[in-house]
Design a protein around this ligand. Structure first.
Ligand code: IMP
Length: 427
């Protein structure tokens, strides 16, 4: 098995951490290829619960080499906070590798993220405030700071001077905020240089050599398809490519070496932050999903917006990513409902849309067309095979599989690693 990519097929928080961790035992490398500490994976192993933001969740699996790829933006303070917290719980983190070409999040980027959101007022994106967007903007503007710059003080200083000339003008003159000194930024970044040195390498080379040896590489997407800067609900998106194409650009592994793309879909839909969400619920059903599914953000603690399963976006995700398998998570959360509506298409001003509307204004007022399935009352957390599921739960899975454009290969029936029904093995 060469390389496998895992991506979120909705707006994030689909339970990718669980799927990655499930595969982790069969892979040699787990790579984070996009995003930064805006992500939030919760992984439950036995009685221990781990909330990771920046580190690939494969860090918890002994024997796996976790890799932070070139497509990631790295907050070095957060990196060491997470490493220290894991080490204190006895997790061996010594295998972590960090791309020399990954960009670092500087203090001014965090500050700019927050003030820009305030400035936007009602047009805000609802970002996580971690400096993700401004750091990617610097990368594309060619004024970013990369991990490798920390090993050459004069290059680092020159780059920070260049960036601050612009940022301090912006902070002072547009946002009426105090600027940063070159000294403070350089000193802060240099303070990490010795500690990151053993981890830093050409991760693209490392991963391609691993594939040459027949080892297995898992590429773990942060955020999700509808938050992708190109394919998501722009401008209410993150600033990186969270789709399977981003796995190549963000890791240095070419598309011809990736043979499996696993899309993670929750059995219902959630979203944090602003932006359109056709199946969003504002009634007691939404509250039921939020409460039963513990839908509060791992990164910001914000309550997530909840809605029914949307097969239009699942089909879109299947197409954009080339999904070979879906993992359907949190099926247990739907237990106890009398009926479960599933969105099969949208009504936009009286016209039926079976695919995502091309125009964002149409998507903003798309009304879901539902088909309603009967619910089930049984506790399904003990199910380990498809046949163990109650008939109505089986029918729900079969129905969403037919209309989502890919096989439901794995079904999550509870938060723990083993609370899973495997229909087709992912390895
Ligand atoms: P940013 O990534 O902080 O710039 O935020 C942009 C948008 O992406 C906001 O709506 C965030 O709530 C959303 N977002 C970023 N990371 C995640 C994630 O891991 N899960 C869900 N939403 C996310």
């Amino acid at each position: 098995m060469p390389a496998i990519t895992i991506i979120g097929a909705q707006w994030g928080d689909e339970g990718k951490g669980k799927a990655t961790d499930l595969l982790g035992e069969h892979v040699d490398y787990v790579v984070k290829f996009n995003g930064g500490n805006n992500a939030g994976h919760t992984v439950v192993i036995g009685k221990e619960k781990y909330a990771l933001h920046l580190l690939p969740s494969g860090i918890l699996t002994p024997g796996v080499t976790p890799v932070i790829g070139n497509g990631v933006v790295v907050d070095l303070a957060v990196l060491f906070e997470e490493l220290t917290a894991l080490e204190e719980r006895g997790v061996d983190t010594s295998k972590l590798k960090l791309s020399a070409s990954a960009h670092v999040i500087a203090d001014y980027n965090r500050q700019l993220d927050k003030v820009t959101e305030r400035f936007l007022g009602s047009r805000k994106i609802g970002t996580t405030g971690r400096g993700i967007g401004p750091t990617y903007a610097d990368k594309v503007n060619r004024i970013g700071i990369r991990v490798q710059d920390l090993f050459d003080e004069s290059i680092l200083r020159g780059k920070v001077e260049g960036a601050l000339e612009l940022k301090n003008q912006l902070l002072g003159k547009v946002y009426n905020r105090r600027g940063f000194t070159v000294e403070a930024i350089v000193d802060d970044l240099l303070s990490y240089a010795d500690r990151i040195a053993p981890m830093v390498c050409d991760t693209g080379l490392l991963l391609n050599q691993a594939l040459d040896r027949g080892e297995t590489v898992l590429l773990e997407g942060g955020q999700a398809t509808l938050l992708d800067v190109d394919h998501g609900t722009y401008p209410f998106v993150t600033s990186s490519n969270a789709t399977s194409g981003g796995a190549c650009t963000g890791s240095g592994i070419p598309p011809t070496r990736i043979d499996r793309v696993v899309g993670i879909v929750k059995a219902y839909t959630t979203r944090v932050g602003e932006g359109p969400f056709p199946t969003e619920l504002f009634d007691e059903s939404g509250a039921y999903l939020a409460q039963n599914g513990h839908e509060f953000g791992t990164t910001t603690g914000r309550p997530r917006r909840c809605g029914w399963y949307d097969a239009v976006i699942a089909r879109y995700a299947a197409r954009v990513n080339g999904v070979t398998d879906f993992v359907l998570t949190k099926l247990d959360v739907l237990g106890g409902l009398d009926e479960i509506p599933v969105c099969v298409a949208y009504d936009v001003d009286g016209v039926r849309h079976d695919e995502m509307p091309v125009n964002q204004s149409d998507f903003h007022h798309a009304k879901p067309i539902y088909e309603t399935l009967p619910g089930w009352k049984e506790d399904i957390s003990g199910a380990r095979s498809f046949g163990d599921l109650p008939a109505n739960a089986q029918a729900y899975v079969k129905f969403v599989e037919e209309i989502s454009g890919g096989p439901m290969s794995v079904i999550g029936v509870g938060p723990a690693r083993d609370e899973t029904v495997i229909i087709n093995s992912l390895t």
